[in-house]
Design a protein around this ligand. Structure first.
Ligand code: ZN
Length: 284
């Protein structure tokens, strides 16, 4: 199927986005926030079938931050547990975080993936998530320099075309890996039609995954599976398993993808299979 691009037709790469910057323990007390909790969730998701974990950090009071020491502690704990899961560190920044501090976690800790949000956005109608051209150029150069592969997050069509611009300029190397993020207020709504539109406008030479934030999570998951895409799940995007029923862990979402994929006669990709599909150079 043309819409599959370079994804494996028989394997689904599951990324578990464990924490994010948005949810709190008030939304779901099982949300992992401190390094020990995040590392334990990463191992649990790997054991449930996730190939990739996407990591954000919080300060001691659980507020979102970009503190290098928290990233280091988390990554060290996952590596000390001998967990082979692929690490994907966020580069998102709230106002006032310097360019250097946004890239320091992947520059120093050498994960295999780091996020590249391809544009600024009026995040949930509250503030501007800043990814201005100067930052994207700086980020693209640092990723190439360190050999860390960008996971190109696109929240709407404009961001998709911004990514194509940077692919054309050589700041994002091909084949690129896209994450289509739908349903975050300020971005494109999470509907099957929007997902299909986005997938149809991806370049041929790429791999891709998708997710829907909040209530549309399962609809987007099912549509993505039908289109041959990879899947992101986790508390960053959705704290409920069913409507108004808080999920018991990040790993239960991974289990749901495993069951749905099995019904399609597909298996979840192991981290090593995902490395092959995504063309990762092990940079650690
Ligand atoms: Zn994130």
């Amino acid at each position: 199927m043309a819409t599959r691009r370079l994804n494996d037709p028989d394997k689904v790469i599951v990324t578990a986005a464990l924490t994010g910057s948005e949810p709190s323990k008030k939304d779901n007390p099982m949300l992992p926030t401190q390094p020990r909790e995040v590392a334990a969730a990463a191992v649990e998701c790997y054991e449930a079938g996730a190939a990739v974990v996407h990591i954000h950090t919080r300060d001691d009071d659980d507020n979102p931050n970009m503190d290098f020491n928290k990233f280091k502690e988390t990554v060290d704990l996952i590596r000390e547990a001998d967990c082979p899961v692929i690490l994907n560190l966020t580069t998102s920044g709230t106002q006032g975080v310097t360019y250097e501090n946004r890239v320091k976690p992947f520059v120093e800790l050498k994960p295999e993936l780091a996020s590249f949000d391809a544009g600024s956005m009026n995040w949930r109608h509250r503030f501007v998530a800043m990814n201005e051209p100067g930052f994207l150029e700086f980020l693209g150069e640092k990723l190439i320099e360190t050999g860390v592969k960008p996971e190109v997050e696109v929240f709407d069509t404009g961001m998709l075309y911004t990514a194509l611009h940077y692919i054309g300029k050589g700041l994002i190397e091909e084949p690129a890996h896209f994450q289509i993020c739908l349903g975050a207020p300020g971005g494109m709504p999470a509907t099957p039609e929007n997902l299909i539109y986005m997938v149809n406008h991806l370049p041929e030479n790429c791999t891709w995954g998708a997710f829907g934030v909040g209530r549309a999570n399962v609809d987007i998951m099912m549509t993505t599976l039908a289109l041959g895409g990879n899947i992101r799940v986790g508390f960053e995007d959705n704290v409920y398993y069913h409507y108004r029923q808080p999920a018991q862990s990040n790993a239960v979402f991974v289990g749901r993808v495993k069951r749905l994929a099995a019904e399609q006669n597909k298996k979840l990709a192991t981290p090593d299979e995902a490395r092959q599909i995504l063309g990762l150079k092990k940079s650690r």
